[in-house]
Design a protein around this ligand. Sequence first.
Ligand SMILES: Nc1ncnc2c1ncn2[C@@H]1O[C@H](COP(=O)(O)OP(=O)(O)OP(=O)(O)O)[C@@H](O)[C@H]1O
Ligand code: SF4
Length: 283
Amino acid sequence: MSEFGEEENDGPAPSLAQIKHIILILSGKGGVGKSSVTTQTALSLCEMGYKVGVLDIDLTGPSLPRMFGLEDKSIYQDSNGWKPVDVKTNGKGSLSVISIGFLLGDRGNSVVWRGPKKTAMIKQFVKDVAWGELDYLLIDTPPGTSDEHISIAEQLRFSGPDGAIVVTTPQGVATADVKKELNFCKKIDLKILGIVENMSGFICPHCAECTNIFSSGGGKSLADEFSVPYLGNIPIDPQFVDMIENQKRSKKTLSESYSESSIHPIFHGIIQKVLDQKHPARF
Ligand SMILES: Nc1ncnc2c1ncn2[C@@H]1O[C@H](COP(=O)(O)OP(=O)(O)OP(=O)(O)O)[C@@H](O)[C@H]1O
Ligand code: SF4
């Protein structure tokens, strides 16, 4: 990427002009499945026929290239800006991805940057990607409330995001961190579209029966406490991990494998609750 200059954030980025809805995916804590939720949101919306873009601003641990089976892809820049990487779909909708992961030479690498450099990179991601026309742009953020969150909130200040989907797991420690995240959203005036409780129960790979191995209900009580929508819970599904890990060897596209998975109807219901909120399009 080119030099990062300090500019004033003086209005909505032209690169976002043809995007109808912007949704951020947040989590208070690492490893709760935020990137999985972003991936499933993208696949579900795409299956519904929408044009979807995914922006990965988890600069210290970008996992979306792996989730979408795009680890060997690179991005390039033309006169319109950075070109997102396309993901094969079932013929419905469209899906493209931009991640810092595409710029890291060794895929095992992560970046260790101080705040100003992270801010500059996020600014470039927001302003210089040639998304074209999209129904939904999903922004996958790092866990917690870090420089990246403040930067993206600042960059989107004039761009009217629909709001944020917040991911938690049933355990108390995760829900405690989510409270901080929810308070952060309140502070920056970012609407909460709802809370998703991930890894809630376990789907048996033999009989597809769902068993609650940890307590559940933490997400719902948080939603009640903060008076925000509860979108639902997603069980741990070994088939999902298998689908991600083995997509290169599979004859099916990720969209096809996803549409046949047990997790798919559950997640579809979650996304439908977001769509039912009927946020006005940005243009
Ligand atoms: N419902 C689920 N069923 C099975 N595996 C899951 C589920 N949700 C997440 N996982 C797996 O758990 C791991 C962590 O998930 P993910 O990378 O989505 O978390 P994250 O919150 O984005 O992590 P990070 O803090 O690194 O950004 C991944 O290997 C993912 O495939
Ligand atoms: S849920 Fe049923 S099939 Fe799965 S391990 Fe338990 S008893 Fe066996």
